[in-house]
Design a protein around this ligand. Sequence first.
Ligand SMILES: NC(=O)c1ccc[n+]([C@@H]2O[C@H](COP(=O)([O-])OP(=O)(O)OC[C@H]3O[C@@H](n4cnc5c(N)ncnc54)[C@H](O)[C@@H]3O)[C@@H](O)[C@H]2O)c1
Ligand SMILES: [Zn+2]
Length: 390
Amino acid sequence: MATMKAVNYIGPHKVQVQEVEKPKLEHPDDIIVKVTTAAICGSDLHMYEGRTAAEPGITFGHENMGIVEELGQGVTILKKGDRVVMPFNVADGRCRNCDEGKTAFCTGVNPGFAGGAYGYVAMGPYRGGQAQYIRVPYADFNALLLPPGTEHEADFVLLADIFPTGWHGVEISGFKSGESIAVFGAGPVGLMAAYSAQLRGASRIFVVDRVPERLAVAKKIGCIPIDFTLGDAVDQIIRLNDGMVDRSVDAVGYQAVNATGSAEKPNIVLENMIRVTRACGGMGIPGLYVPSDPGASDDTAAKGLVSLSFGKLFEKGLSLATGQCNVKAYNRYLRDMIVAGKAKPSFVVSHEVSIDDAEIAYHKFDKREDGYTKVLLHPNGSIDQISAKI
Ligand SMILES: NC(=O)c1ccc[n+]([C@@H]2O[C@H](COP(=O)([O-])OP(=O)(O)OC[C@H]3O[C@@H](n4cnc5c(N)ncnc54)[C@H](O)[C@@H]3O)[C@@H](O)[C@H]2O)c1
Ligand SMILES: [Zn+2]
């Protein structure tokens, strides 16, 4: 049996690099990709912390890129040796939602559920790419071709999830060039939303968080940092903007914390968005909310119930949109912006490590220690070594 290294979930706060069976082609439309880079995502931490129904043994990794190694007979567009990045969504390209561009809600890849992903609880049987190899189903549809070589590796891997997701957060807020926007959360997704708003010509961008290093990055890309431990975030924004903002983005999700950081308050960001967004403005919510949370602090939150000032939302005529990002709606265009030198999202990457250091990387990223913002794993050695071997 051919084996490979993979980052497996063992239990709350524990992952381990284990030797597992190498994936095989299972269908004529599959490819096997030799993974050059796989990123760790804030979404992986929900599972890592035991805050989802993830079972031990699952291989993590939904932000994957690499080199096509094997192809099924039905694959027509890709060829061996192609450099590709996969959207975190697994989609079949043939259901109604895929047809309408909503690939995050594909009904054909995860029976009984709208949406599939690699290495993620409840998202279907697709093993993650924090491993040396990954099987990509419906490969012509799910793999985006990249220019050959090793250039822009750290930018391109962000096309799997966070760059499109940040862009999506801005898009579903209804944003138009020239408008002002408040982004809650300066994690990788929040920073990508802020950066997208910048690329799209926002007049003012406020970024709210409590982690100084993250706020510093937001400032560096031209945004106005708001530290919510220094006073109510909404009051601060309204004062600095001389009024409410046009749009807001939730890049925090259900594990949002209160002002002191001492307790979780799942509705705090949504409430702040309702307060800070002007009448008839819009709220984009890519931040994750779950239908059940085994680690919630109370029964309501455990059932995924979040209370909202819906009356206020109604009164202001706010629009609101949420859900997983349809990565394929954006990744090709964002790739072209990277190639053309118009976008360089890799400024969020803080660490690049070998797969053997995955356990430490998860631990530190989870604790937000040592400036861990975005971690890239190289499961087959450093990029230059890999290209030398090809
Ligand atoms: N919709 C999608 O397709 C999609 C894709 C990727 C990630 N996500 C989700 O997006 C969210 C952000 O991801 P990330 O990787 O940036 O996570 P992250 O945990 O690194 O960042 C979240 C940030 O929010 C900050 N925060 C906590 N409470 C806050 C509050 N009350 N106000 C403002 N900021 C607060 C934290 O300090 C942290 O820096 C997560 O929920 C993730 O699961 C969604
Ligand atoms: Zn992700």
